[in-house]
Write a protein that binds this ligand. Sequence first.
Ligand code: NDP
Length: 444
Amino acid sequence: MSYVDDVLARVIAKNPSEPEFHQAVTEVFESLRPVIEEKEDFYKKEAILERITEPERMIKFRVPWVDDNGNVQVNMGIRVQFNSAIGPYKGGLRFHPSVNQGIIKFLGFEQIFKNSLTGLPIGGGKGGSDFDPKGKSDREVMAFCQSFMTELCKHIGADTDVPAGDIGVGGREIGYMFGQYKRIRGLYEGVLTGKGLTYGGSLARTEATGYGLVYITEELLKCHGTDLKDKTVCVSGAGNVAIYAIEKVHQLGGKVVTCSDSTGWVYDPEGIDLDALKEIKEVKRARLTEYKNYRPNSEYHEGRGVWQVKCDVALPCATQNELLIDDANQLVANGCIAVCEGANMPTTLDATKYLQENGILFVPGKASNAGGVAVSALEMSQNSERLSWSFEEVDNKLQNIMVNIYHNIDTAAKRYGKEDDFVSGANIAGFEKVVEAMLAQGVC
Ligand code: NDP
């Protein structure tokens, strides 16, 4: 059995009931096969694949809090500090009822390679809780966040581990957690990113993941002789990533005709009305059913269905495993030319393979959604020098980073004879830098 297959089998056996983690490791290992096979004995002796799949540290804790009825509620909190070879752990916190150890491990593992691709000095980490902020009062969310940070603050710091937001964790939650960290540790430092502008946040952080996704999509299309102008685009999700991806596509002359949330999806043939969407999701925190009140000519459908709509470009921006093999079939049949992931691992392995085999340009999330963590790292830089940069300055840096990521993954893919295989390119380019740093630092 080859070294890659042997370690993959052991990772699966050692981490039962973690299918998302198995999926992420399988995808990365398949891409790395040619790299490892070039120097198999060396990598095996160094146990590189075993080291890179075992988190440096994992902290799991109880989060008790009191609801508005005076009852004590208990949630699970977790932080996975996966790899610090190239910098302090960096990665978001996710609050969603589906959160479990396997999901946080898959996200933390992906984060190692994503952070490496940004070219910035940040290691990989991820965390979260099975707490569901939906339907909770502000006071309940604050009580939860304070309790969560009361434990987490023992393990993080501006130079050790710097969490950010993710699903269910936006500006409100980051604010409550920052306040609690400051109170307990007595430190006013950049321990979290995604902060409000009045207390150390960076301009353009809110927009960064969605904008970055569209910058890399535009570069991909330009390098293949076209661009987003006049293209029809399908987006899934209606959260932070989706909203700012839609905004940037519209600015570049494309038209986004769909969005979705966890209960249903919208088709608006005239183009999604962003002001309406922002009001529904960012202000009212309501369901997409409300969209029709603003746009009578749009359609609302229960359940899934975004990928049935004919489009040139698809941007999945909701959650993992939301673009399945049937969706991939439909996208190909409809003449879609590119799929760029805004969410983390939204496309299943078989759907990814089908898209690639049918000539669709496919950019994986670890490259295409890296704009969020990149601007988070820029927020850390601003906090360290106690300065704030203008929106244009941050946005220009973001654009450069995304364009560089595209060319790095393109070059890495070509080096191994895999032109236009951006999954391989991203995994190889991300891996090479981290491994060089790990080897330089000895057995640790
Ligand atoms: P938000 O919580 O702001 O939005 C998530 C969106 O996806 C919401 O519309 C939500 O619907 C929908 N959604 C969530 N879970 C499900 C589900 N199980 N089924 C269907 N729809 C679902 O999160 P973000 O926009 O921040 O994150 C979206 C994705 O992007 C995630 O995969 C995240 O890891 C990734 N990402 C985010 C970054 C960031 O900077 N925010 C950076 C890099 C990646 P509803 O409104 O009903 O909850």
